[in-house]
Each structure stands twice: as structure tokens, then as C-alpha cells.
Design a protein around this ligand. Structure first.
Ligand code: FCB
Length: 323
């Protein structure tokens, strides 16, 4: 392990358990290690893990996803060295370096040939709408955002948050997934704060847009019209629509749908409320329309989403399909 680190990634009991399983040959069928092998569907809203690649070990292959993924990935090197891409564009990552892959960006990475290991933590996620501004860093190679190590304190803090996201994402109560998202938001904010380009772009979100978001989220079940929301924040509907799109990166209705679907995923995962009632609970009177919107966002019907979530139990990871 890197000498000047004040923590050891291998001390984490979960990491120890993963390593034991990998060494014992218990792999693809095991929930903890399955995501580390090709073929895992990544049909989740958030899943986090660590990939401890050792030279000639079971994970010592190149992660190769030419079409990228449906969601985002943030990746933190915690030990050893990795190489991303091949040919002229390839580059090496070392402990403390962060990579951020947008959907569809090519994934092609593995242990750097001269290194004995490459351990990296990663989080696969579907971002919240207002995160858009923090998801583009200054340095990029083929759409992959790169943030080089910013000192021990920052590394340690981000490392801790990665571990917390992973722990929280394994719990089954309704609020844990929100806590995991909260920690992930801290990671992205901290990265944006360290990144000059993101910092410059990062003018605060307009308070009226925030007030509109708060009003909508306070009662997702209610179908407020744009005029009502605009009145509430003392803007004209067209001014609000314009500001909203500028600050949030999508329209109000689209944003509300994405919030409703995230809530629906949570309810499907942790309750047995019938889908008809559930669609009303999240704001859709017409269950068929709800199913359409749900499928559009997740790639699954609500029913098959629930079945798949149950199969994956006890993980609370909320299912969404990799593209
Ligand atoms: C694992 C990889 C890891 C990350 C996740 C999404 O298989 O080891 O780097 O790409 O998938």
C-alpha cells in the first residue's frame, strides 16, 4: 500500500470478505462479488463496490464496455495503478485520482502492466437532476472526467464517503438509500470544489428555482400546474420554465417525473403496495401512464422492477437497466 496514506483499504471487513471469496473461487453467483465480473446487469439506481485487482488474480482483466453504461460511474483509485484506454489516449491513474464516466462513455481500463495491483472503489448511479453542474470536470479524455489527487486530507475524506455510500447502499430501510445519495452528493460537491472548471461554472442555483423544487417535492402526489408553481415563486410561467431549465438542466415536468419515479422505485423495493395504489401515491392517476413513464426512466415495468428487486434482496439497490 502507498506509504503516505493514513488508512488501509484492506482493513475494511467487507473488503476482506470480498478478497476471501475471490480467493476461494466463490465468485459470479455471490452478491458481493458478482458486480466485479462481466455480465452483471447494473440494473440499479445506485450500486457501489471495490474492485481489488491483483496481478494474475481473478479480476486481472480489462474492463471493456465499448457502449459504456446507462448510468454514471465515479471511480477512486485507492491502491496501486490502473490504466485507462490504450494507444495515444491512454493514461495511468494512481491513489487519490478520481474518474467520472458519463452514460455511454467508453469504459476500457485495468491494472497498469507494471503495477502489481490496482484497487479502485466505484459508485454506479443515476444522478439527481440538480447535480448536472457538478458532473463535468475540467480535464477530460474521451468524455471521461479526470480529477488528479488533491492531497491526503481530500483523498481521505472522499475515501471515507465512498465507503459510507457502499455501506448505506447495502441496507434495506427506506432512508438508507437517501443517505447513500446524500454521501454521494458530498463526494460530487467536494470534487467540484476542487476542480477549477466546475467551480467557475458553479453559480448558486437561483433561489426561486430551489423554492419551486421544494414546493414540488413537498407533495409529489399533487399535480401542480406550472402557473401555480410560478405564482408561488413570484415569476411568470415562462420565466420560471426558462430559469428552471438553465439551472437544473431539464424542464419542470421532466424533473418532477424523475423525482416521482425515484420515489416509486423506493416504494416498489421496500413495500408491497399494489401498483395501482402506488402509482397514485407518487402522483399518477392513470397506472398505465405511470407504467409508461416508469419504463421510460428505468427500462422496466414497475412489476418486473419489483420482482427483480426482490430477487436481489436483501440489497436495497434500486433497479435500473444498464444501456
Ligand atoms: C466493475 C468494475 C468497476 C466498475 C463497476 C461498475 O465490474 O470492476 O471498475 O466499472 O464494474
Amino acid at each position: 500500500m502507498d506509504d503516505h496514506l493514513r488508512f488501509d483499504p484492506a482493513k475494511d471487513p467487507r473488503v476482506k470478505s470480498i478478497i476471501r471469496k475471490l480467493q476461494g473461487g466463490r465468485a459470479r453467483s455471490d452478491r458481493e462479488v458478482a458486480p466485479l465480473f462481466p455480465g452483471f446487469p447494473f440494473d440499479v439506481r445506485l450500486v457501489a463496490g471495490i474492485t481489488p485487482i491483483e496481478r494474475n488474480g481473478p479480476l486481472d482483466f480489462c474492463i471493456d464496455r465499448p457502449q459504456g453504461m446507462r448510468g454514471w460511474i465515479i471511480n477512486l483509485t485507492v491502491d496501486g495503478h490502473g490504466r485507462v484506454f490504450d494507444g495515444a489516449e491512454s493514461f495511468v491513474v494512481e491513489p487519490g485520482d478520481l474518474l467520472l464516466f458519463p452514460p455511454k462513455a467508453v469504459h476500457y481500463y485495468g491494472r497498469e502492466a507494471s503495477a502489481s495491483r490496482w484497487w479502485h472503489r466505484w459508485i454506479y448511479f443515476q444522478p439527481r437532476a440538480y447535480w448536472a453542474k457538478w458532473l463535468e470536470w475540467e480535464k477530460q479524455v474521451r468524455d471521461v472526467n479526470i480529477l488528479r489527487r488533491k492531497g491526503d486530507d481530500f483523498f481521505e475524506e472522499v475515501f471515507r464517503l465512498f465507503v459510507e455510500v457502499e455501506q448505506l447502499s447495502m441496507l434495506t430501510d427506506t432512508l438508507s438509500i437517501d443517505l447513500a445519495f446524500n454521501r454521494l452528493e458530498s463526494i460530487l460537491l467536494s470534487c467540484a470544489r476542487m476542480d477549477d472548471a466546475a467551480l467557475m461554472k458553479n453559480s448558486p442555483i437561483d433561489s426561486r428555482v430551489l423554492a419551486a423544487c421544494a414546493l414540488i417535492s413537498a407533495d409529489l402526489q399533487r399535480s401542480l400546474g406550472i402557473r401555480e408553481v410560478a405564482d408561488h415563486v413570484c415569476l411568470s410561467p415562462s420565466r420560471l420554465s426558462h430559469l428552471f431549465r438553465r439551472h437544473v438542466g431539464m424542464g419542470i415536468v421532466q424533473w418532477r417525473d424523475s423525482q416521482r419515479i425515484q420515489y416509486a422505485m423506493q416504494l416498489l423495493r421496500v413495500t408491497s403496495v399494489p401498483i395501482k395504489s402506488l402509482s397514485q401515491m407518487v402522483g399518477y392517476d392513470d397506472p398505465l401512464y405511470f407504467s409508461r413513464v416508469f419504463r421510460h426512466h428505468t427500462g422496466f415495468s414497475p412489476r418486473s422492477f419489483r420482482v427483480r428487486s426482490m430477487e436481489a434482496s436483501p440489497s436495497p439497490a434500486l433497479r435500473e437497466r444498464e444501456g
